[in-house]
Design a binder for this molecule. Structure first.
Ligand code: SF4
Length: 899
């Protein structure tokens, strides 16, 4: 089923992927959807990264969940809603409100989130609602609250244009927030004095443009920043007037820093860095007042994540680098609407509208909602919630727009917990995920392009997501589904909504309710917004109260930057220094588990790939998961490039292909977090990850799990490109990559089949296909090729090698688009060589330019800048996400680069 276009026109909406929150213009002409960046949106000014630029390729109905299901049987909405309402009601009646839970998502729109939170906390009477934002941002939330008295990001994107020093801590910005990264690179072209420092155990694409990279030992960031605080004190860099006028707790914090990080050599040693590198960083900090510290999951996803955040904030407070242009501690939000979720109280330890579980706030929310059963205390955070499911304490769980079986730490335990849970309800737009496989009830939710509501980005900017497609099948908005279930449970009075605008008005009104500047989150200026103004709403930053608006770029009543007057949201209105003495990781490497596992993202994928895997060109960049290991460790553990290895932790084990490079440090390995059981026999890598959490934030330590590694002796490997689905479960290792005209399969086996021709016949054994088969069998070289042709068109190609790797076969993909193959193409396929040369693995996804093509052009045309490559091949001229890789290729392939 094709997507049905709702408005044959142009509409402005917001990208659904990351917290940058880029504005998107969608045009629909003659049934075709095109997507481009919104030049007027202040988050991106027209730019989109590779993921955003490929959005139009992800809106078809392939794989969509189109109708409600109960116990595997398609049913009516009426029946599914009653089934869930009865199930929840009965369990609550029998075991109390804390026996049910909701696990929500930063993918939900704010209006969906608001209703889900009200359902649990205001109607059911339990705060057992948490969200996948717990895995992403929770440590930042606590860090900001401890320091500023509220979950308040004090910076905005204009600061990127003003800063002289940008410190990127635990953030591969070039791949994870590409538009922000491009903005920095652009700012540097205007102001070459802008310096960039990257603090990250890995050498990521972000390091390409940095003046300094500190490959820090995991878990020691707070020692580095405590050391910086001591250095500032020793070198007269403190802003004593600021400390005295606007803060509390400095002396105690400095004393604590001195104890943990007394001197530069001790800091260097503890952080695994050279003294020279630490000193260079501190000197840069000393030389530039306009300092922006951007941090992300490398800081948050740790058992000391909250303390790391506060160690960064402490340094900004101590040097008065806050509340002014170009400076401040700036959290880069991972998810598209993690911020919106934080605003409505989507975390189990928040109430709503930035209020907590204290008596005065409870009273306010209770009166505002007119709830007679408001949750009394904080509920279960994500890891505890699934533990409670495993222990049978939570007997019904409703999972909305997220995939915890793939994304939670110790994910196999989560899967087992859901499999034995009495009632598992999943609302999702996709039919087949690792989590939907565990559901009793499936609610089809609408997807991007069909949704109507708001999201908030990393700089507190609220933007509209607008629909340009009709809801697919019988899919419904998440707010509607929750509202209907709540009404069926007897809570009609609390859920009077007929539209997203109704919910937005209530949310805005609650944010201003008895606020009196006690909470920064206040958008009450919009509490009476009418439907048409809501439809037309342009992006704005909060706060926007009825009387005061704050922001650097708004048409304001009272224009000022947050915290520019030193007025914070703590009880005494002063910022709080937090003494930091923690460091390290929950688990340590050992003889049995000698390496540490770090997990993260690749450039062109998002989360568990439910959307981005629909775009063939996004999968071209990295089409198979891998484990990145340092050459010294590869040698130590006898691991070959692209060889299959077993990675094992205390919690689980898996098999993956090795990628050997010194992008990781010796003793550390890296595995991307996107792939899961839908795409590889390796399953989700999070099943290996330890479930330890930060005691304050509840955020799991995804960045450090002790593991072992060993080679797996595979007997053969195959790469198959096919129009047909292949039964993969019988293979020892497999990886599946959907494509445009053909899917790509990587397969490995431990035992050599007796007869390869029989093996090939069995690939499509059960299907009655009239196809002819060409074969190349070379037993001596251990090399076998099979080509299936159907009515002149290429149907399937299978290349098999014994004990040897198979090269990149991207050159074959275009042949699947050819109507009738000519004899030279068949000859190429049989000999396994492209007659037109091989472009190599894709580097530029926008224009499908491969690595080999780039290297050839760099060498033959002596191209020495990404601009020159752009002029020659167009690579890097659209979204710019590949520019760091272009620089790397120039560096590796030119004399200038190597000089
Ligand atoms: Fe979307 Fe890319 Fe912008 Fe993130 S940076 S919002 S993924 S276009």
């Amino acid at each position: 089923m094709a997507a049905v276009i709702k408005h044959a026109s142009t509409i402005k909406t917001t990208c659904p992927y990351c917290g940058v929150g880029c504005g998107v213009v969608v045009s629909t002409v003659d049934g075709h959807v095109t997507v481009k960046g919104d030049e007027e949106h202040p988050a991106n000014f027209g730019r989109l990264c590779s993921k955003g630029a490929a959005l139009a390729e992800t809106i078809d109905s392939q794989g969509r969940l189109l109708k409600p299901q109960v116990n595997g049987v398609t049913t009516s909405w009426d029946h599914a809603i009653k089934y869930v309402a009865n199930g929840f009601s009965e369990i609550i009646k029998k075991y109390g409100p804390d026996s049910v839970a909701v696990y929500a998502s930063g993918q939900l729109l704010t209006e969906d989130y608001y209703v889900a939170n009200k359902f649990m906390k205001g109607a059911v009477g339990s705060a057992n609602i948490d969200t996948n934002s717990r895995l992403c941002m929770a440590s930042t939330v606590v860090g900001y609250k401890r320091a500023f008295g509220g979950d308040i990001v004090p910076c905005d994107y204009t600061d990127l244009d003003e800063a002289n020093l940008i410190i990127l801590i635990g953030s591969n910005l070039a791949w994870c927030h590409p538009i922000i990264y491009q903005r920095i690179i652009q700012a540097r072209q205007q102001r070459p004095e802008l310096v960039m420092v990257v603090i990250d155990p890995r050498r990521t694409a972000t390091c390409q443009d940095a003046e300094l990279h500190l490959p820090i030992k995991p878990g020691t960031d707070s020692i580095l920043f405590n050391g910086l605080l001591v250095y500032c004190e020793q070198n007269d860099l403190l802003d004593s007037e600021y400390i005295q006028s606007f803060t509390d707790g400095f002396e105690q914090t400095l004393a604590s820093a001195r104890q943990q990080a007394p001197s530069l050599p001790e800091v260097a040693e503890a952080c695994g860095l050279s003294q020279r590198a630490v000193e260079a960083f501190y000197q840069l900090f000393a030389s530039q007042k306009k300092t922006l510290s951007l941090f992300s999951q490398g800081v948050n996803q740790a058992t000391v994540g909250t303390d790391k955040v506060n160690s960064i904030i402490n340094v900004h407070l101590a040097t008065g680098r806050l509340g002014k242009a170009g400076m401040g501690p700036f959290s880069m939000t991972g998810q598209p609407n993690a911020m919106g979720g934080r605003e409505v109280g989507g975390l189990a330890n928040q109430l709503a509208a930035h209020m907590d579980f204290v008596p005065t706030s409870r009273d306010k929310v209770r009166r505002f909602w007119q709830s007679d059963r408001l949750a009394e205390q904080a509920g279960l955070k994500a890891v505890d919630m699934f533990n409670a499911v495993a222990e049978g304490k939570v007997k019904a769980i409703w999972i909305m727009s997220t995939n915890p079986v793939a994304s939670m730490p110790n994910a196999q335990k989560v899967k087992r917990a859901l499999e034995q849970c009495e009632l598992v309800v999943v609302s999702d737009c996709m039919a087949k995920t690792d989590t939907t496989a565990c559901a009793n009830v499936l609610f089809p939710a609408i997807g991007w392009g069909e949704k109507n509501g708001t999201v908030t980005n990393s700089e507190r900017r609220i933007s509209r997501q607008r629909p340009f497609l009709s809801a697919m099948g019988e899919a419904k908005p998440d707010w509607w589904i929750v509202t209907e279930v709540a009404r069926a449970m007897g809570y009609e009075r609390l859920f009077p909504y007929n539209s997203a605008a109704d919910i937005f008005r209530e949310h805005a009104a609650l944010s201003g309710f008895e606020n009196a500047r006690s909470r920064a989150f206040d958008i009450s200026a919009y509490e009476a917004i009418n439907d048409s103004a809501y439809d037309q709403l342009t992006p704005f930053q909060w706060p926007q109260s009825k009387t005061t608006r704050v922001g650097v770029d708004n048409d304001v009543i009272q224009a000022k930057r947050l915290f520019s007057d030193g007025d914070f949201y703590t009880l005494n209105r002063r910022a709080q220094f937090i003494p930091i003495s923690s460091s390290g990781t929950a688990e340590q490497t050992s003889a049995n588990y000698p390496l540490s596992l770090n997990t993260g993202r690749v450039r062109d994928q998002w989360h568990t790939m439910t959307r981005t895997a629909k775009s063939a060109r996004l999968l071209d960049h990295v089409s198979e998961s891998y484990v990145n290991i340092h050459p010294l460790d590869a040698k130590k553990y006898s691991i070959e490039p692209t060889g299959l290895v077993e990675v094992k932790s205390r919690f689980n084990h898996t098999h993956l292909k090795a990628k050997i490079s010194d992008d990781v440090q010796p003793g550390e390995i890296f595995i991307p977090m996107h792939w899961n059981a839908q795409y590889t026999s390796a399953g989700s890598i999070d099943r290996l990850v330890n479930p330890h959490t930060d005691t304050l934030s509840g955020q799991p330590e995804f960045k450090f799990t002790p593991v072992s590694i060993k080679p797996i002796n595979i007997a053969w490997s195959a790469v198959i490109l096919s129009r047909e689905t292949i039964e993969l479960k019988t293979f020892d290792y497999w990886s599946y990559t959907p494509g445009q005209n053909c899917d790509l399969f990587h397969i490995s086996g431990l035992n050599v089949p007796e007869n390869w021709s029989v093996w090939a016949d069995r690939l499509f054994n059960d299907k009655n296909l009239t196809i002819s088969l060409l074969k190349h069998l070379d037993n001596e070289q251990g090399c076998f090729r099979f080509i299936w042709i159907q009515e002149g068109r290429l149907h399937t190609v299978a290349y098999i090698r014994l004990k040897a790797a198979i090269g990149n076969l991207n050159w074959i993909k275009p042949l699947f688009a050819v109507q009738i193959l000519d004899p030279s193409d068949m000859q190429s396929l049989l000999i396994g060589e492209s007659t037109s040369g091989e472009g190599g693995p894709i580097v530029c996804s926008c224009f499908s330019v491969g690595r080999n093509t780039l290297i050839n052009a760099i060498v033959s045309q002596q191209l020495t800048t990404p601009d020159a490559i752009g002029q020659s091949l167009r690579a890097g001229t659209n979204c710019g996400s590949c520019i760091p890789e272009l620089r790397q290729l120039i560096q590796m392939n030119t004399l200038e680069g190597q000089a």
